[in-house]
Design a protein around this ligand. Structure first.
Ligand code: 4AD
Ligand code: MG
Length: 463
């Protein structure tokens, strides 16, 4: 009987003596005396399976000796212990069938290492490389871990809307959603009349599922949403995407301190989970991409995160004597260079910065007693900068509606949000974790475009 197995299973179980069938893509072919060695990968793990093809096979000269990187094959044969170094087992093929050829003259991926920039230009083929293949597996495993973490703790997943009519962050960085003909817009008094658009009002892609998650936190206590979010900010950096995935838990009966605790536990859980479940892939990144990877993980796992207030952070930055590109003083927002100075040079650990000035934070954050700061928290990671942004939410009706007016929101458009404060309001808090920034941290990769399958950035939206 022939058993069909994924290569990961073959290498894990090593069922020596069994007849197996495997299917995958050729990574390399080497020829020896009267036989060829093929390394075949099916994406299930980093290491490929070595296949020995003997010249006795009927298609040896016609086909097997013409196989090259990228060809798709099926191999039948028996698994044996490998006499040579480099692998424990190998498949002695009785039959090799070629599904599809990949002309070596034109196939862009060759055995040598390609730059990540080059690989971005062939995003439809890059998942076949070792590094992007490893990113893909880590991303999938961590996505599952996000659900495991929250479900194990009794949180309910809420599918918050992708198309919304609110602007959670109030930064106006939204992509419009319309069914109007942009070349023939209906107008009234010189303005577009959205009453005639699909939803009868302006709509946009969500920048965050938080406001809608709050609705369900106030009925189900602990909830989370994990979905794509969209920002039309013109930040062409290695840390920003126009479409990224965010994990947003929201917890009723929770204050800022409780919020930080969940976020810290969550970050530790993800790092530990990746180490336990993706070790082979992480080893690849530690070897070729970021030699500091394991010490960065230790910094997350082995101690409590540092906690400082925004005001303390400003003091540290002012004392530093550094010549920052963006000058810093109380009231200005921390830029990536400031965040990285704090976490990489001052503390060399994850840092939680709390209590930012209300003037630089959105309307929903709870105003502190000093009336100058809000109960906000950002978590900064070495090598990344901001990974988490969160806060305790303003649960007091009057303070919230005043903050809305102050920040230029029309309270009439957020009646439902204010209602949550009129009926059964409770202290509650939550945060958002940028999923791609987490994958950057786990892989040590440098550019956020290389940890999402289909990056969307200013000027670029392929596929
Ligand atoms: O700090 P942000 O903007 O927070 C919110 O959206 C809150 N509504 C979250 C909440 O409390 N429920 O974004 C949260 C995180 C950031 O810390 C960062 O990791 C990531 O989302 N992020 C981005 N990641 C990639 N590309 C971008 N353009 C990002 N903007 C934010
Ligand atoms: Mg933020």
């Amino acid at each position: 009987m022939v058993k069909h197995l994924r290569i990961q299973q073959v290498l894990q179980d090593k069922p020596v003596g069994e007849n197996l069938e495997i299917k995958g893509w050729v990574k390399t072919r080497r020829d020896g005396k009267g036989l060829s060695f093929l390394e075949v990968s099916d994406g299930s793990c980093l290491t490929g399976l070595q296949i020995i093809a003997d010249q006795g096979l009927p298609n040896y000269n016609e086909e097997i000796k013409k196989l090259s990187t990228g060809c798709a094959v099926r191999a039948f044969g028996s698994l044996v212990e490998s006499p040579a170094k480099g692998q424990e087992v190998e498949l002695h093929a009785n039959e090799i069938y070629v599904f599809g050829w990949a002309d070596p003259e034109t196939y862009p991926l060759q055995k040598k290492r390609h730059s990540f920039e080059f690989l971005r230009s062939i995003s439809h083929l890059r998942p076949r490389t070792n590094s992007l293949g490893a990113v893909t597996r880590i991303r999938s495993t961590l996505s599952y871990a996000v659900h495991q973490f929250f479900q194990e703790r009794g949180f309910f997943q809420i599918h918050t809307p992708i198309i919304t009519t609110s602007d959670c962050e109030g930064a106006g960085e939204m992509f419009s959603v319309t069914a109007l003909d942009l070349n023939d817009l209906p107008t009234e008094k010189g303005k577009v009349s959205f009453e005639r658009d699909f939803f009868g009002q302006p709509a946009n892609l969500t920048v965050s599922g938080q406001l809608e998650a709050e609705i369900y936190a106030l009925s189900h206590s602990n909830v989370y949403t994990f979905g794509p979010t969209f920002r039309a900010e013109n930040s062409n950096t290695s840390r920003h995407l126009a479409e990224f995935w965010m994990v947003e838990p929201e917890m009723a009966f929770c204050d800022l301190d409780g919020d930080v605790k969940v976020a810290e536990e969550f970050l530790k859980y993800l790092v530990k989970h990746a180490l336990e479940n993706c070790r082979e892939d992480i080893d690849l990144f530690a070897k070729f991409v970021d030699k500091e990877l394991f010490s960065k993980f230790s910094a997350v796992l082995e101690s409590d995160f540092i906690r400082i207030t925004y005001s303390e952070a400003i003091d540290r930055l002012e004392e530093s004597g550094r010549d920052f590109e963006f000058p810093i003083s109380w009231g200005t927002d921390l830029q990536s260079e400031h965040e990285r100075y704090l976490t990489e040079e001052v503390f060399k650990k994850p840092v939680v910065v709390t209590d930012y000035p209300k003037t630089i934070k959105p309307f929903y954050m709870r105003v502190n007693d000093d009336d100058k700061t809000v109960a906000a928290m950002d978590i900064l990671l070495p090598g990344i900068g901001e990974i988490v942004g969160g806060s305790q939410r303003e649960e007091r009706y009057d303070v919230l509606s005043a903050r809305m007016e102050e920040t230029g929101l029309n309270p009439d458009e957020y009646k439902w949000y204010l209602d949550l404060r009129r009926f059964g309001s409770v202290p509650h808090a939550g945060f958002g974790l940028g999923f791609e920034r987490m994958i950057l941290f786990i892989t040590g990769m440098y550019n956020i475009r290389d940890v999402i399958p289909f990056p969307r950035t200013p000027g670029s939206a392929e596929f």
